[in-house]
Design a protein around this ligand. Sequence first.
Ligand SMILES: C[S@@+](CC[C@H](N)C(=O)[O-])C[C@H]1O[C@@H](n2cnc3c(N)ncnc32)[C@H](O)[C@@H]1O
Length: 257
Amino acid sequence: MIVNTHQAEAWNGYEGVHWATHHDRYNAVNDAFNPFLLDAVRPGDRVLDIGCGTGRTTRLAAARALSAEGVDLSEPMLAAARELAKDLVNVAFTHGDAQVHPFPGSSFDLAVSRFGIMFFGDPVAAFANIGRALTPGGRLTFLSLRGYGDLARVVAALGFPEAPPGTGPLALGEAETVERVLTAAGFTGVVTRPVDAPQNWGADAADAASFLAAWGPVRHNAGDGAAERMLPALRTFETAGGVLLNGEALLVSAVRP
Ligand SMILES: C[S@@+](CC[C@H](N)C(=O)[O-])C[C@H]1O[C@@H](n2cnc3c(N)ncnc32)[C@H](O)[C@@H]1O
């Protein structure tokens, strides 16, 4: 069953297809955050990766754990995830809405997510459902978006309104909100820490501008000429290693009693 229907439409439509097609580029954007999540994985863990997308963190977690299963509501992203993991025996993927999916009870030791948990219509219900999937003493570790970081300076040239703090993709970006939601969902020992990492949006400013112009939020909100308008700001972030924008996340951990 899917209850987050608006999200399902987006991630099964243009957004999901773009992520599936360009999984390597989205991983270049987000990979520098991986160590924060992977540090939580222990040998012997059965890991659940929530909103796993094309499965990068599912595969990396599986390499350190007993097994890893990704859940996502995007069919195109799961198709890419399955193809990329086809040679791995301890990786599986499930199509479902993590808010309501009937996970077998107490079947995971650790739930992780790299930016796949910010979009729930009812976050308390979603994390309560995820908690039921964890064994008693099971752990939750995730990264949520804390702010737009340097990207805010780039998209400022486009003139469309950013979601204010605490809303949209920033819904779980504030420590107080996360503590309230996870406590109401039955978790204990909630710890939050702001973490930053460089996000590589392209080889040079022109490459990053054309990729960003095709990224769903820009494509849907900016008018013509978005790539050209972002170029001047992107040039200021060019390095020999690519266009590196500082990204801002909240690293969260909690325990299912
Ligand atoms: C920003 S992407 C991150 C994908 C992946 N974790 C990564 O780091 O590449 C957000 C993901 O969350 C998934 N998602 C959003 N709402 C979801 C829900 N209710 N249940 C399962 N997955 C969901 C989307 O389909 C998408 O794959």
